[in-house]
Write a protein that binds this ligand. Structure first.
Ligand SMILES: Cc1ncc(COP(=O)(O)O)c(C=O)c1O
Length: 398
């Protein structure tokens, strides 16, 4: 294990399982059984086969030559955007649906921001014949309308959430409430490395296939590890997956990219490490943005998947220990990076992933550097935002 969790579910001072009494039996059952179930030969075989034949793993490690030229170093893109359903989220939902089946659960619930986790959950529920309810903030339903349609076509019920900022945090609250009301037949497939123990550790394990492949692919290509791994951080699952097998390699700089929204000082951002404080959010002790009296602050990002006021406990720990450097990128910078990647490499990234691309400029890279960027998802879902943001300028040269 590259990032061990203690028996109470803590990574250093972050983590744990702070859940209402009604949920305690479910969480306890998961805590007691997840390691054994994930370790079963039959489970591993079934998951590997689905990851290969249904999801499309391994994903390529693509040398972005024109981007590399512009930055003066080698840039490799880990193409999670090429996975079935269009993002890394399917790695986790395939794992959790197999777990839910082994726990005898027939009903699945999930929260979603950008809709990618909702689509990935609806997809695996259709595959396995289980019923599916997805909670989604009303703001996100509007900006990610394509994914709402996809979930419905896949047979899921999408329940709009009209409370708070009507985004991911509020959808997560509603999903938690549903689980509390239906603890016996329902499994909650959490979409990131957040929530009570064992979710952060379990989701990181399912996503760790990203860095497992990256490591092998880097060694096959020139026999050397990357100097940097860069990934965007919403709750932090694609980043944890991308960092996982490099945490013990001191020579590999790990960079998490958060959403600065309209700017760090604007009061409209989602840059948790820059602005957050320790506290308990969605069942674990972690860092999140708070008002003066400790309430959860509303986050803002143009990207629905990064529009979350917290990060998972592993990231809080990696931040506190200094192993990962966290930077932030504004809405405007992310939009420009999306356009750049489209024009330079023929890849339209998800707005979330565009944040990781945008961060490259600030990293003082040089000729000897080999940077792997986790391209967590594709941009189809964000076309309406791109069209609105670029307007007439959409056909300008770079
Ligand atoms: C494409 C994509 N990347 C990144 C994220 C952020 O999530 P996480 O930080 O868990 O990877 C999302 C969330 O919806 C997403 O859809």
């Amino acid at each position: 294990m590259s990032m061990p969790v203690d028996e109470r579910g803590f990574f250093g001072e972050f983590g744990g399982a702070y859940v209402p009494e009604m949920l305690y039996p479910n969480v306890k059952e998961l805590q007691e059984r997840y390691v054994a179930i994930l370790g079963e030969r039959g489970f591993q075989d079934e998951l590997s086969l689905l990851l290969r034949d249904f999801a499309g793993r391994p994903t390529p490690l693509f040398e972005a030559k024109r981007l590399s030229e512009g930055l003066g170093c080698e840039v490799l893109l880990k193409r999670e955007d090429l996975l079935h359903t269009g993002a890394h989220k399917i790695n986790n939902t395939l794992g959790q649906i197999l777990l839910a089946k082994r726990l005898g659960r027939r009903r699945i619930i999930a929260e979603t921001g950008a809709g990618q986790h909702g689509v990935a959950t609806a997809t695996v529920c259709a595959l396995m014949g289980l019923s599916c309810v997805v909670y989604m903030g009303e703001v996100d339903m509007k900006r990610q309308a394509l994914n709402v349609g996809r979930m419905r076509l896949l047979g899921a019920e999408v329940r709009g959430v009209g409370s708070g900022s009507r985004t991911l945090k509020d959808a997560t609250n509603e999903a938690m409430r549903d689980w509390i009301a239906n603890p016996h037949d329902t499994h909650y497939i959490i979409g990131s490395v957040v929530g009570p123990h064992p979710f952060p550790d379990m989701v990181a394990r399912f996503q760790s296939v990203i860095s497992q492949e990256m490591r092998e692919q880097c060694l096959t290509r020139g026999g050397r590890l990357p100097t940097h791994v860069v990934a965007c951080v919403g709750g932090g699952s694609n980043a944890m997956g991308g960092f996982f097998h490099f945490i013990g390699d001191d020579g590999v700089a790990l960079v998490g990219v958060e959403a600065a929204g309209c700017g760090l000082a604007s009061g409209r951002s989602a840059a948790t490490t820059a602005l957050g404080q320790p506290g308990i959010l969605h069942g674990s002790r972690t860092l999140f943005m708070q008002t003066e009296d400790g309430q959860v602050e509303e986050a803002h990002s143009i990207s629905a998947g990064l529009d979350y006021p917290g990060i998972g406990p592993q990231h809080a720990h990696l931040f506190a220990t200094g192993r990962v450097r966290y930077v932030s990128v504004t809405d405007t910078e992310a939009l420009a990076a999306a356009k750049l990647l489209a024009r330079r490499e023929g890849i339209i990234p998800a707005l979330e992933s565009a944040h990781a691309i945008a961060a490259l400029q600030g990293l003082s890279l040089s000729g000897a550097d080999r940077v792997v960027v986790v391209l967590s998802g594709r941009g189809d879902k964000d076309m309406a935002t791109y069209l609105e943001a670029f307007g007439e300028g959409i056909s300008d040269g770079v």
